[in-house]
Design a binder for this molecule. Structure first.
Ligand code: PXL
Length: 285
């Protein structure tokens, strides 16, 4: 019954019905990479929280621990446990239970807290503070610039020099093996995703083309492709490049059609590309 032919990921994220974010993008992305995704919903929402009114939200805080208990009884293993948007501070404890039970799995924490210099309306100061407890047990974290600033207690910066980025990555990697910060405006005028692997060494940057629009769910897509790549044996720079190329392609596709940003990104036609050979446009810096 418990098939181990394929990689399997427990994805502890919310399910937003409209707007293409969280599990609505994480599941198809991991599936397209040949990885089984087992959703553990933290909340069910009618839409994401980026610009809608009258959102229907069902908090799933009571669901996560009993689901874990059943998986333990069934002996279901996971190659990775991957957490994201959390609906309550208690869910930090439930994620910690998952991470501690599956201690040999790759532990990926997408530190979903905010964007554009501000916390999301659902992310309380207590939740922001306790997100650090997940970082402390994670192998890989994928904050955007806003979240990296929150984690490090820094002000949200308009841009960063290469030296400052390296020191932010090194400080995050005192707590985790791999940190990738997305959407970093570097002082040379280029936006980049930057990463550091404490065990293998090396600071990596993958540059992004500028697109004058911002869409929800792109951080979830990036972190999912990165996780899938690392599980399939990519090095960090290859996984970062794979995730950046895919995310950027679907952003450009969406922008070209002038889609209203609350729709999220039109990623479906590109899922087949996730089976492609690894790209190699990364740089050491
Ligand atoms: O993509 C992050 C995210 C996840 N879940 C919900 C959100 C957002 C971003 O807006 O609203 C419900």
């Amino acid at each position: 019954m418990i098939n181990r032919q394929q990689m399997r990921v427990a994805a502890i994220h919310d399910l937003s019905g409209f707007g293409r974010c969280s599990l609505a993008v994480i599941m198809p992305v991991l599936s397209a990479m040949g990885i089984q995704c087992c959703p553990v919903p933290t909340a069910v929402l009618s839409t994401h929280t980026g610009g809608f009114e009258d959102i229907v939200i069902k908090d799933m805080t009571d669901y996560i621990s009993p689901a874990l208990e059943q998986y333990k009884k069934l002996g279901i293993g996971f190659d990775a446990v991957y957490s994201g948007f959390l609906a309550s501070t208690e869910q930090i404890d439930h994620c910690l239970e998952f991470f501690s039970y599956y201690k040999n799995s790759l532990k990926v924490v997408d530190t979903v807290m905010g964007d554009h210099g501000k916390p999301y309306r659902t992310c309380t100061p207590e939740l922001c503070r306790r997100m650090g407890e997940l970082v402390d047990v994670a192998d890989v974290i994928t904050p955007n610039l806003t979240e990296a600033a929150i984690l490090l207690g820094e002000k949200y910066p308009p841009e960063l020099t290469a030296g400052t980025v390296k020191s932010w990555l090194a400080r995050l990697c005192e707590r985790v093996r791999v940190a990738v910060i997305t959407g970093v405006p570097l002082a040379d005028g280029v936006n980049a995703n930057v990463g550091f692997d404490r065990e293998k060494g090396g600071f990596w940057r993958v540059d992004c083309d500028y697109v004058p629009a911002s869409y929800p769910g792109t951080g979830d897509i990036f972190a999912s492709v990165l996780t899938g790549g690392l599980l399939r044996g990519d090095s960090l720079p290859i996984a970062m490049e794979r995730a950046t190329v895919f995310t950027q392609t679907v952003i450009k596709n969406t922008y070209s059609y002038g889609l209203e940003p609350r729709n999220g990104v039109m990623f479906e036609p590109y899922l087949g590309r996730l089976y492609d050979d690894p790209p190699c446009g990364f740089k050491r810096f």
